[in-house]
Ligand binder design. Structure first.
Ligand code: FES
Length: 405
């Protein structure tokens, strides 16, 4: 993983902008996101901050791998993005220095503002987060097997510790909607969806198909909540917050619904986590489905197990597709369209024959897949995994069960 930190603060960024600029922000969704300086959330935050300071942000764009110049070029001429990029006078890419070089080739006619300093190669650790183990010579830092944390690097190299942090905090205090959740008053931004509002306020609502970087979908119904005045249970991920809303996110009835959904999902495919590569912790998280099953204490589904075994697709050099672990949440379909800009993955068939396929139902290597792996990053199960990790299995601790005779 390439390690980058922010090289300037918000005030320095604003000094490079003019009130008449038409600004586009785009963000890589790979290493820099893990380093905490990119991704949809950070990009949207920066856009909102600039807008509230009177700047003209005309659009944002998320790109799966920002250091791939071809991918940026593709977005630049994509039918849906072309108008936005053509109109921009300033482009602020939230990408590493390598990605910035690519951007300079693609946006020759625009003013580009670099925001990141790339300092070397590192990896993700479960206890210390992202660490730099092999610094570039230019940093003057010694090799460090334990790795330098982002905070240590910021101190030693005079870089920013967090994403435009002081300005973000100001914005955080500027919440404008109040609602009641489980009897507690919380505040959030106008236009936010209820699921995000609750999660940001430390109220956990189980969810599967919803993802921060993707559009709302409302397929899995795990996030069902009760809202005063609503006749039915409502999916929190698809409900916009309203002033004074009164919400209940957890009670016996809701838990029963969620358990039933999980048991149906478990019965729908082969969710054997012992051999699944999604068991390995990573910056993108391990298997979300297994996490929920464990949290709800479900040992086995009370529904008949679907025993049909669908063929796995190992044709791609980087992606392993096991449709038996797919829960049809649609995250990969949306990510391929909304982040990679390819729309290469889609649904076929109806009812219990519905499946996710590549291209026109061909093997992955016969389709337009670019191998960007964004589908793997968002998949909440082991249906899409890194080929090199396939069958690597999850960590588990054996324990002895005593049976009374
Ligand atoms: Fe809301 Fe799936 S997370 S319906």
């Amino acid at each position: 993983m390439i390690i980058s930190l922010l090289s300037l603060n918000y005030e320095d960024l604003k000094k490079q902008l003019l009130p008449e600029d038409k600004i586009v922000l785009y963000s890589c969704n790979a290493c820099v996101k893990a380093c905490g300086i990119a991704g949809t959330e950070k990009m949207d935050k920066l856009a909102e901050m600039l807008i509230s300071d009177g700047y003209n942000v005309i659009g944002t764009d998320l790109i799966s791998i920002g250091c791939t110049a071809n991918l940026i070029e593709k977005r630049r001429i994509d039918m849906q993005k072309k108008v936005m990029y053509d109109a921009a006078t300033v482009v602020i890419p939230l990408i590493c220095e390598d990605g910035f070089e690519g951007a300079e080739h693609v946006f020759k006619d625009k003013k580009l503002i670099p925001v990141a300093k790339t300092v070397g190669i590192g990896n993700f650790t479960a206890d210390r987060g992202v660490v730099l183990t092999t610094p570039f010579e230019s940093t003057g830092l010694a090799l460090n097997a334990d790795g330098y944390t982002i905070s240590e690097l910021a101190d030693q190299l005079n870089l920013q510790k967090e994403f435009f942090d002081s300005a973000c905090e100001e914005k955080q205090n500027n919440k404008s909607i109040s609602l009641k959740v489980n009897g507690e008053i919380i505040q959030t931004d106008k236009g936010e969806n209820l699921l995000t509002a609750c999660l940001e306020n430390g109220i956990d609502i189980p969810h599967l198909c919803s993802h921060n970087d993707l559009s709302d979908y409302g397929a899995c119904r795990m996030c069902l909540v009760k809202i005063k005045g609503f006749r039915d249970l409502a999916p929190a991920c698809c409900v916009e917050v309203q002033e004074g809303m009164d919400v209940c996110t957890v009670d016996e009835e809701l838990n029963e619904c969620r358990e039933t959904i999980l048991e149906l999902v478990m019965a729908s495919g082969q969710h054997n986590c012992l051999t699944c590569a999604k068991g390995i912790p990573s910056p993108m998280g391990a298997c979300e489905l297994q996490g929920l099953i464990r949290n709800f204490g479900i040992e086995e589904s009370s529904y008949d197990q679907n025993i049909d075994k669908l063929p796995e697709d190992s044709s791609s050099p980087v992606i392993m597709h096991d449709p038996n672990k797919c829960i049809l949440c649609g995250r990969c379909v949306r990510a391929c369209e909304e982040i990679a800009g390819l729309s290469n993955i889609g649904f076929v068939n109806r009812g219990d024959k519905t499946a996710v396929v590549a291209g026109l139902n061909v093997e992955m290597n016969q389709s337009a897949c670019a191998g960007c792996k964004v589908c793997i990053d968002v998949c909440p199960t082991g249906a899409l995994t890194e080929k090199v990790l396939y069958f690597s299995g999850s960590e588990w601790t054996p324990s002895r069960k005593y049976v009374e005779l």
